[in-house]
Design a binder for this molecule. Structure first.
Ligand SMILES: C[S@@+](CC[C@H](N)C(=O)[O-])C[C@H]1O[C@@H](n2cnc3c(N)ncnc32)[C@H](O)[C@@H]1O
Length: 369
């Protein structure tokens, strides 16, 4: 990828181009960025590049001559698209970045002050591009944004462990949450599904998270995202989730011990109860017993229909809901569930949802109070 940047302030770009992935790409010859100082093409002895606007108004306008001369002198054998960074332009997005990356060569013109004489744009510019609906002091930051986004798509620029294929926008959706070590950071756990090593479960979990985040933050992206039938079914469930929020309280697993001993029997299957009691009731009796049963794996990871076993109701006011994969525990007041509905979890056991008597499925999101 070859990029020529025309600017009055080349030193603004140099630090970014010498560091990290861009620096490495330039050093390895995968990316070539020429910084051309427009001031070097002025003809008057003051080397002035700007002047007052015809018709009056605040600020200065960059003159046409040094810009046109600079671009013409440096692009004789250069066939890439010539772009002026400008708030008036098409707003940059990943699709445009992909188009630009295919060009192989690119000219970027950075404006400053009030902008550039229109005749320069008419003479040597193919397109105006904006990096967002706000006004910067100059085009240099915009040029860096374009260089960075385009360069990382050029072959070899990203290492094998830095893929560009699975990211926000590339898939048409926003990206799922990422985690790295440690698995426990200040008591916040990495979702269990990511630690389990089951690739299909991980893919399904990530897809669901992507759909959820895109729906919440950028629903308009869903109109053009390539979606499967499964995605659409999932989206329908997610969309109706808000209608069925259960007023619940998220508990620390240790708080499970506030619940009476009978919860232990309710959660732990009969055939494992004797052994579980031996392990979990040792030491200070009744303190930590239910929590230990959760963490020592005596509470089975139930799937599908049986997951309704996880929805346990006490005789009095509360029900306890446990999602083993995420180790999430909720206390839900009685009466919050809907008559005739079956409470289920998804296969990854990371989310609870309800099946209504007419067979429709809704996420039963437990809202935190
Ligand atoms: C202060 S701005 C000029 C704004 C111009 N008077 C207008 O209202 O459209 C100076 C330069 O910053 C750059 N610039 C400002 N905002 C930008 C944006 N959102 N995207 C790309 N470049 C921008 C352009 O190169 C522009 O010539």
């Amino acid at each position: 990828m070859r990029i020529k940047v025309f600017t009055l302030f080349p030193d603004m770009l140099r630090p970014m181009l010498s560091q990290s992935i861009l620096g490495r790409a330039i050093k390895n010859g995968l990316l070539e960025v020429d910084l051309i100082n427009i001031r070097d093409y002025t003809l008057d002895r003051h080397r002035s590049t700007d002047d007052y606007p015809f018709g009056g108004g605040a600020g200065m306008v960059m003159a046409a001559q040094p810009i046109v001369d600079a671009i013409e002198a440096n692009t004789r054998d250069f066939h890439g698209r010539r772009v002026y960074l400008s708030p008036r332009g098409r707003t940059l997005n990943q699709k445009i970045v992909e188009e630009l990356a295919k060009e192989g060569e690119l000219v970027l013109l950075c404006g400053h002050y009030e902008g550039v004489d229109q005749r320069a744009l008419d003479s040597v510019i193919d397109e105006e591009l904006s990096i967002g609906d706000y006004v910067l002091t100059g085009g240099e930051l915009g040029a860096l944004v374009v260089i960075d986004a385009v360069a990382r798509l050029a072959p070899g620029v990203l290492g094998s462990d830095e893929s560009s294929e699975d990211e926000s926008f590339t898939t048409g959706l926003l990206e799922y949450p990422q985690y790295t070590r440690p698995a426990d950071f200040r008591g916040q756990q990495v979702p269990e599904v990511l630690l389990g090593g089951n690739h299909a479960d991980i893919v399904a979990w990530r897809r669901e998270q992507s759909l959820q985040i895109t729906l919440t933050r950028r629903p308009e992206l869903l109109e053009s995202a390539p979606l499967t039938d499964d995605d659409r079914a999932m989206l329908e469930r997610l969309k109706t989730a808000a209608a069925l929020k259960i007023p619940g309280e998220r508990l620390d697993l240790k708080q499970a011990d506030q619940f009476p001993k009978k919860w232990f029997n309710a959660f732990v299957p009969e055939d494992r109860r004797k052994e579980a009691k031996k392990q979990c009731f040792s030491g200070r009796r009744h303190v930590g017993h239910l929590w230990r049963a959760f963490t020592m794996g005596y509470i089975p990871a139930t799937e599908g229909e049986n997951a309704k076993d996880l929805w346990l109701q006490s005789d009095d006011e509360a029900a306890l809901l446990y999602l083993p994969q995420e180790q999430l525990l909720y206390r839900v007041p009685m009466g919050a569930d809907r008559p005739g509905c079956v409470l289920l979890t998804n296969e990854a056991l990371t989310r609870a949802y309800m099946r209504t008597p007419d067979g429709r499925e809704f996420y039963a999101e437990v809202s935190e109070r």
